[in-house]
Design a protein around this ligand. Sequence first.
Ligand code: KIV
Length: 281
Amino acid sequence: MPERSAVTAPELARKKARGERIAVVTAYDYPSAWYADQAGVDVLLVGDTLGMTVLGYSTTLPVTMEEMLHHVRAVMRATPRALVVADLPFLSFQTGDDEAVRNAGRCLKEGGASAVKLEGGVKVAALVARLTGCGIPVMGHVGLLPQSFHQMGGWKVQGRRPEQARQVLEDARQLQEAGAFSVVLEAIPAELAREVTAALTIPTIGIGAGPDCDGQVQVFHDLLGLFPHFVAKHTRRYLEGGDLVCEALKRYADDVRSGVFPGEENTWRQPELEDAASWKS
Ligand code: KIV
């Protein structure tokens, strides 16, 4: 078995205390996890964004527990160092605490992940306390909650108005109180994220929450230009991967059609078989 996990959930709070920023990226399969781990990313989040980035759904809502576990297992096979966090998909934890404990437990028992993430603040604080009481490390997620896409009226920045901002701060505080080891802040103003970060001892991990969070999380396919449909404002593309992949595949298709591929270097030869009459009869 490979040596596992230089990065642990408690280590993230120590990083915050030391003023070290935390790099988080989503990973959904063996190669994405392998490269992210080799690159020294601290935390790999098997996010339910996989529904959009690799399964082609238009939101994260259709993702099932079975789909999540399938991807968590693939990520675990590739990840000797980073902390792997499994996202709890829509309706895997909202339908009752027993069901939530079972599903979170499956991420650790069957998936091999080291922690789970779930969306929501005050409303899920009691559940977070129960999960952490079972020994399951929990990453919270406040601000924009993609699983509440319809209720929020789309992917909209949250916490712009003072009463909303107070709610986001309270959500994050209660998650910390309930034992969460860190909390994702999604799509909130940078000023609010800075206040939340200062108010907590657990690290905040921002996505569209400005530069003052303790860490940042980005979607693998966004960073590498592999999501064809839109570029979110919070994304910086480090590679135009889609263009590179398309160009390479076009060259391959052209080479097949023109007979340039496969070349001699891709081909096994057996000179005795040159004379078909000697072996076909
Ligand atoms: O599902 C996901 O990938 C996420 C991140 C974008 C934070 O929740």
